[in-house]
Design a protein around this ligand. Structure first.
Ligand SMILES: CC(C)(COP(=O)(O)OP(=O)(O)OC[C@H]1O[C@@H](n2cnc3c(N)ncnc32)[C@H](O)[C@@H]1OP(=O)(O)O)[C@@H](O)C(=O)NCCC(=O)NCCS
Length: 182
């Protein structure tokens, strides 16, 4: 199956038919993603098959995020070399989902690396010391942990982090891997 990942276009892509099995993630795509993109609040990208380009097979959302000085624990701040910054720029991977009937075939991994690649490109233009994400449950947290995301804190919500330096190092290998599998 030939695949592509493009920005969400609500006039073409069928959001109503998408289900990744998690209501909150599905609802975001159906009700919020298009308006959020229209007003530049967040950017959503969808995975499509070239043979049925209106059917969304998966998606992810990126949004800028800033920690203020003191909000980040000292150990993390020092590791990221941001302990003297008042505003710490990050990029949040806000949503990620793969349609239920195609789970387990590597599409989640493909979407994640595309998201990390786009986050890295954005960071080289305007800054961004890490990608953060709030996994919706323990399974999602285990998925992210496979890709070296570490738990930043569990309260008041579970948040995980992957430094941009780590992404920079890992990206070339995964870009080659993805190109080889297409
Ligand atoms: C999490 C999700 C995106 C994974 O997508 P997927 O296409 O099934 O995952 P892949 O087939 O690409 O799997 C990639 C790797 O992650 C592993 N993996 C997949 N789901 C996992 C899970 N829930 N826990 C741990 N590892 C998982 C796979 O075994 C695979 O490992 P491998 O490369 O060593 O074989 C998908 O299950 C989903 O949409 N879940 C519901 C929404 C959700 O939880 N989103 C994430 C948080 S917002």
């Amino acid at each position: 199956m030939k695949l592509k990942i493009v920005p969400l276009d609500p006039s073409i892509h069928d959001r109503g038919a998408f289900s990744c099995g998690h209501d909150g993630v599905d609802r975001y795509l159906k009700s919020t993603a298009a308006q959020a993109a229209q007003y530049f609040k967040a950017a959503t990208f969808v995975l499509l098959g070239l043979d049925a380009p209106q059917r969304i097979l998966g998606f992810f959302t990126l949004v800028p995020h800033a920690y203020r000085d003191g909000e980040l624990d000292q150990t993390t701040a020092r590791a990221l070399k941001v302990h003297k910054l008042q505003q710490i720029p990050m990029i949040m991977l806000g949503q990620l989902g793969v349609v239920v009937d195609l789970k387990g075939r590597g599409l989640g991994k493909m979407l994640l690396w595309e998201a990390l690649s786009r986050a890295y490109a954005a960071a080289t233009e305007i800054g961004g010391v890490a990608v953060i994400t709030d996994p919706i449950d323990n399974e999602a947290a285990s998925f992210y942990a496979r890709y070296s995301f570490e738990t930043l804190h569990k309260e008041p919500f579970h948040r995980m982090i992957l430094p941009m330096k780590t992404i920079k190092t890992a990206l070339p290998e995964h870009t080659t891997e993805t190109q080889a599998s297409r």
